[in-house]
Design a protein around this ligand. Structure first.
Ligand SMILES: [Mn+2]
Length: 311
């Protein structure tokens, strides 16, 4: 029989790249063999973390076969998963996002969705529940800590809960790693745009939503050096127009998030988007740019505000 495959969402970020590895370690302790996968090339931050803890990059999953047994992590949204996902045999979902609907299974499955900032916080709770904390190896604990730091932007994101902080502190003790130092190294890795085209930048952390019946892409670049991206403004705007055309999108919003200042700069490429964004955040544009102090979370701030404005 084929082995169980675990993976996160498309355009894998640090959580979606590393959670399958941690989940596979966890299942191995329970006597179940699970192979970690990713649905695309991980971002630079995730690759940095894999290198730092000397862990192999999960294999890239290209397609899903109808009888594959799969575990879905860090999403439950079919738009962020391969086509044909409902034909596979979904065994389990572990996630920390809102329920988008659309997945269906012929029989009951295990679903763990908790309102925390990162899949790893939930995986830690499952490992703890099953009495496996003593067995947690340093590298696996390090991956968990790194993903929480990434999803919470070192606890500055409004998605952060007390639970994420508590778990991080325990992981810091287990690994002996200074989490501020680790976060700094990760954010530096993520801010390096060398070798990336405008469209790669737009797609590296990017999700498509159906907002008030409109197909909208909300792309984010978390960085400590926003000027690296903003210097490419013209190319980025051009690439946004092309992407909307290719993907039949009605709108696209690109937020360059300054991790250190906890603010974002929003780029949009037409008048309609400008109006929506100005209404969403109650601010005026200067050129094609809108500066948004305090706006750093796609899930809690960007998407709900845009959705309200479109509506
Ligand atoms: Mn996540």
């Amino acid at each position: 029989m084929d082995k169980i495959k675990a993976f996160g969402h498309k355009s894998p970020d640090t959580d979606s790249t590393l959670a399958p590895i941690v989940y596979s370690w966890y299942q191995k302790q329970l006597g179940v063999e699970v192979i970690p996968h990713v649905l695309g090339e991980p971002n630079k931050e995730a690759l940095f973390v894999l290198g730092k803890f000397k862990v192999d990059k999960p294999e890239i999953l290209t397609d899903i076969n109808p009888n594959d047994e799969i575990v879905i992590l860090d999403t439950s949204n079919p738009d962020e998963l391969p086509e044909g996902i409902n034909k596979a045999e979904i065994l389990e979902i572990v996630d920390h996002h809102k329920l988008a609907g659309g997945l269906s299974t012929p029989a009951p499955i295990k679903i763990t969705v908790r309102p925390v900032a990162c899949t790893m916080t939930i995986l830690y709770e499952l490992v703890e529940r099953d009495g496996l904390l003593d067995k947690l190896p340093n590298d696996i604990a390090g991956l968990m800590l790194a993903a929480i730091l990434s999803d919470t932007l070192l606890f500055t994101s409004p998605t952060t809960t007390d639970r994420d902080k508590e778990v991080s502190e325990r992981l810091e003790k287990i690994t002996g790693i200074d989490m501020k130092e680790l976060a700094e190294e990760m954010f530096d890795a993520k801010s390096d745009l060398t070798g990336m085209s405008a469209s790669m930048i737009l797609l590296s952390d990017s999700k498509i939503y159906e907002l008030a019946c409109k197909k909208v892409r909300v792309a984010v670049l978390e960085t400590t050096k926003p000027e690296n991206a903003l210097n490419m403004k013209e190319e980025l705007l051009e690439a946004m127009v092309k992407l909307k055309d290719n993907e039949d999108l009605e709108m696209m919003f690109f937020f360059v998030v300054d991790i250190l200042k906890s603010e974002s700069t929003l780029l949009v490429s037409n008048e309609e988007e400008k109006e929506i964004a100005a209404a969403a955040f109650n601010k005026e544009f200067k050129e094609e740019i809108l500066l948004l102090p305090g706006v750093i979370s796609r899930k809690k701030q960007m998407v709900p505000n845009i959705e309200r404005a479109i509506d």
